[in-house]
Design a binder for this molecule. Structure first.
Ligand code: GTP
Ligand code: MG
Length: 249
């Protein structure tokens, strides 16, 4: 059995930082590191689940329903800010108890239909528990934001226990992602309330992106129908690009 290095580490850290920080604080720091590493594992488990679904779907139907997967762990300042804003205690237990989005996975799909197909395929897996589902595609937010949000609980397998961790999943099409990414940038750059006419313009753009999705869906259905009738169906032989970026916000 490998030796637990936490006692040794806490002594060395104390030496490094001086006498102002006591042993208990180091232990809490290590507990926090452990919790963040559990969230990272849960996030990786969810990413793998989507990669497997994409692989299986492209083998079966020769089409990629997923064009990219991004993931992110909330930073400590952002965790503390959210706990404070919502009036929750600033403790490690409170993070697990009160926050659903410490670990986040964003799945960008080719078509609108893929979003619902993938969410259903994921929920059929018997180790995953759905805690919350918000369909902002069927019911967009007042500003025009569209995506399918799910909070799930996934097991991670540690040396001596199975632990369930919460992960926020956002599923959206390329067009929804285009709008949400730029809207986020504009909102954050402006910092203050965005002016009413800018809000209206963003809302119009959201409509345009929804229309784009609808028209692309129509084209896909047309292609599919033609392929089913054809003696020589079109097969996509091009290699798949994989997204290596991890910078989800
Ligand atoms: P928060 O987690 O505090 O944001 O609120 P909530 O728990 O009610 O979550 P909700 O499901 O509404 O949104 C969670 C996440 O979805 C956000 O952190 C963003 O990543 C994304 N999101 C929600 N609304 C918008 C929006 O209007 N614009 C953009 N760009 N992203 C949004
Ligand atoms: Mg959130």
């Amino acid at each position: 059995m490998p030796q637990d290095k936490s006692g040794f580490l806490s002594d060395r850290m104390q030496e490094l930082l001086g006498s102002g920080v006591d042993k208990g604080s180091f232990e809490r720091m290590q507990e926090l590191n452990r919790l963040m590493s559990y969230y990272r594992c849960a996030m990786m488990a969810v990413v793998t689940k989507f990669n497997v679904l994409n692989e299986q779907f492209s083998l079966q139907f020769d089409r990629n329903p997923i064009t990219g997967i991004k993931s992110r762990l909330k930073t400590l300042p952002s965790i503390l800010e959210k706990l404070e804003r919502r009036g929750h205690p600033l403790t490690i237990e409170s993070i697990e108890e009160n926050l659903n989005d410490v670990a986040g996975v964003r799945v960008i799909c080719s078509f609108r239909e893929d979003v619902h197909m993938l969410s259903e395929a994921l929920m059929q897996q018997d180790d995953i528990i759905l805690l919350e589902r918000k369909d902002y595609i069927r019911n967009p937010k007042p500003n025009g934001y569209r995506s399918l949000h799910m909070i799930v609980s996934v097991p991670i397998f540690l040396a001596h226990e199975k632990k369930y961790m919460r992960v926020e999943i956002q599923l959206r099409t390329l067009a929804m992602d285009f709008w949400a990414t730029l809207e986020h940038q504009l909102r954050y750059k402006k910092d203050l309330d965005i002016a009413a006419d800018m809000e209206r313009e963003l809302f119009t753009c959201a409509h345009l992106s929804a229309e784009l999705d609808e028209r692309m869906d129509g084209l896909r259905q047309l292609m599919q129908a033609q392929n089913e009738l054809s003696e020589f169906p079109v097969i996509d032989k091009s290699p798949r690009w994989t997204d290596q970026s991890q910078n989800l916000r």
